[in-house]
Design a protein around this ligand. Structure first.
Ligand code: KG4
Ligand code: ZN
Length: 328
């Protein structure tokens, strides 16, 4: 048996991502390339404009694919399978990568896998040594705060989710409020180094809940009030970050105790946060984080999800499947 190369595409939002992953005969996975074009046109609107996002994906996808092939040192003829995100995301944006991926698969006569964006985020950690079910997966990004139990490969049981804002959204909004810039996650984490985490008393959300849900709107309101009362931006950053981290880690640890899982994957843009990584490392759980460049949206994570499907012998996806904004 030879190594197989899987090309993955993600165009779910405002990043055009294409990556190539190698599936070795022994089943191990490695990232051969990962190219992301981050759209900047949206900055002037203060949010992602769906139609502009789709158009930029159309203009960039072929060049980013060529880039990814070159970075991996291969040609299209070497690709053994193609995976692309079918949802959730902006439908117009998703369709660009999905149609491009299906076209490639058909032209190359290789299997096509429609991928779930969150399955991609979870699989972003699959290149970090051995990752085998069962495990818990916490996806914390700008759009999602979802905690899954993965009892067997390919099966995802949602055990908790945010009731309002996503974790990354809270970082972004509080950073904007404090005048710390965009994207808010890195800005907060950098400002927090200079701040006092005891300066602003944040209350832990959903205290006493039996479940494993998340909520960030209360922290956002508390941050607004503290800001109006004159809290320093770096103190606000340090205090908010500590509470957000404590809340995410405590809830995940309770879920691990309840399910008996001892391995936790933490992925998505917020998983790049140093304080969060440190706190998870101190839990005693086997915590797996994606490698550099694999936390935020990218194509390699979709290739990793496709490679896992291929490795498990899952049937390829039909070429007439559509994109979905709210993929289940
Ligand atoms: O996964 P991602 O690229 O996009 C979505 O699918 O949403 O995540 C982006 C989010 C943004 O909200 C950004 O502020 C946050 O991840 N983020 C961070 C850090 N780096 C990025 N949040 C906290 N600390 C960081 N170092
Ligand atoms: Zn994402």
């Amino acid at each position: 048996v030879q190594s197989r190369l899987i090309l993955g595409i993600d165009t779910s939002c405002d990043d055009t991502g294409v990556g190539i992953v190698e599936l070795a005969p022994d089943g191990s996975l490695s990232v051969r390339s990962n190219r992301v074009w981050s759209q900047t046109v949206h900055a002037q609107y203060g949010g992602v404009m769906p139609e502009l996002a789709s158009r930029e994906h159309v203009e960039r996808i072929a060049a980013i694919t060529t880039d990814a092939l070159e970075q991996a040192g291969v040609t299209l003829a070497d690709i053994g399978a193609v995976a692309a995100t079918a949802g959730p995301g902006l439908v117009g944006a998703l369709l660009v990568g999905l149609m491009y991926g299906k076209g490639l698969a058909q032209a190359l006569d290789v299997p096509f896998y429609a991928a779930h964006h969150l399955e991609g985020h979870i699989h972003a950690a699959a290149a970090e040594g051995d990752l085998h079910a069962p495990y818990l997966a916490l996806v914390v990004s700008g759009g999602h705060t979802h905690l899954f139990d993965v009892p067997t490969e390919g099966q995802y049981v949602l055990v908790g989710a945010t009731k309002d804002d996503a974790a990354g959204e809270a970082f972004d909004k509080i950073a904007r409020l404090a005048g710390l810039g965009y994207p808010g996650g890195p800005a907060i984490s950098e400002a927090a180094i200079r701040g006092d985490p005891d300066a602003v008393p944040f209350k832990e959300p959903l205290q006493g809940q039996k479940g494993f849900d998340f909520s960030f709107s209360g922290l956002k309101t508390a941050a607004l009030l503290a800001h109006r009362a004159g809290a320093k931006p770096e103190d606000l950053a340090a205090s908010f970050q500590r509470m957000a981290v404590q809340f995410l880690v405590k809830t995940t640890v309770r879920a691990a105790d309840a399910t008996g899982r001892d391995t936790v994957v933490v992925s998505g843009g917020v998983a790049a946060n140093r304080a969060l990584r440190g706190a998870f490392a101190r839990t005693g759980l086997n915590v797996v984080f994606p490698g550099a460049g694999l936390n935020t949206d990218n194509g390699a994570m979709i290739a990793l999800a496709g490679a896992a499907a291929l490795r498990e012998g899952r049937p390829a996806s039909p070429l007439d499947g559509g994109a979905s904004a709210y993929a289940p």
